[in-house]
Design a protein around this ligand. Structure first.
Ligand code: ATP
Length: 219
């Protein structure tokens, strides 16, 4: 089984990394692939360029076996549709079961994504609970009721289309909070790996008060 963890990773932090490790271990996955998106579809565009966000992901996961940085969305022009990423991956890796990882916040909006039914034909969903979040939308609730897998064995018994909701260690860290600290001249150390902070410092990232520099050039 391969876990797919997409996000802006603007920047990647310990909230992402700790949950990814727990998912890797809990589901005995071969890999978790971190897939930084190029252009956001449902939210504001990332502040930092694709190349630097990828570098930060690579620095964060360098010494963790099973963690892989996947730049396929960065190489594709236009918006990052998950269904295209899954189709691409499935072509490249026909055998392993694919499991799309997302926070509960993302799952709440999942039915409004581009071709959600197609996504569920290609992969399972592993929904990771974050601090203070509840299932809000009726679409998300319905999906969970009809497709819920209670455990790893149930998930692994099917090739795709299952939804598993699991609570992992809850680290109340967000990239928004980290960007805010940096724009106010405060250090976000211990919220993210030192290697990532080093890149942020080197390139003077996220220092503009309240602003987005919107560097969105392709890598
Ligand atoms: P931002 O604050 O800019 O919205 P973020 O910290 O939520 O960023 P993203 O890159 O947007 O990070 O998130 C990618 C995925 O990681 C999403 O599915 C999100 O739910 C999940 N995620 C983000 N932070 C955490 C956390 N602290 N614990 C668990 N999952 C998280």
């Amino acid at each position: 089984m391969i876990g797919l963890f997409g996000g802006t990773f603007d920047p990647i932090h310990f909230g992402h990394l700790r949950t990814a490790l727990e998912v890797l271990q809990a589901l005995n996955m071969e890999q978790v692939r971190f897939i930084p998106l190029h252009g956001a579809v449902h939210r504001a565009q990332p502040e930092v360029s694709p190349a630097l966000r990828l570098q930060m992901v690579e620095a964060a996961i360098a010494d963790q076996p099973g963690f892989v940085a996947d730049d396929r969305e960065l190489k594709r022009a236009g918006p990052s549709y998950t269904v295209d990423t899954l189709t691409d991956l499935r072509r490249e890796q026909p055998d392993p079961v694919l499991c799309l990882m997302m926070g509960l916040d993302a799952f709440n909006g999942f039915t409004a994504w581009h071709r959600p039914e197609e996504i569920l034909r290609l992969a399972h969903l592993m929904v990771m609970q974050r601090p203070g979040e509840t299932l809000l939308t009726s679409g998300a609730r319905e999906l969970l009721e009809t497709r819920r897998c209670q455990g790893v064995a149930e998930l692994k018994a099917r090739r795709a289309g299952g939804v598993m909701l699991q609570t992992f260690t809850q680290l109340q860290i967000s990239a928004t909070q980290i960007r805010g600290m940096l724009s106010q001249g405060r250090s976000p150390r211990y919220l993210l790996p030192d290697g990532v902070l080093q890149l942020i410092t080197e390139h003077n990232l996220y220092t503009r008060k309240g602003g987005y520099t919107r560097v969105v050039s392709p890598i």
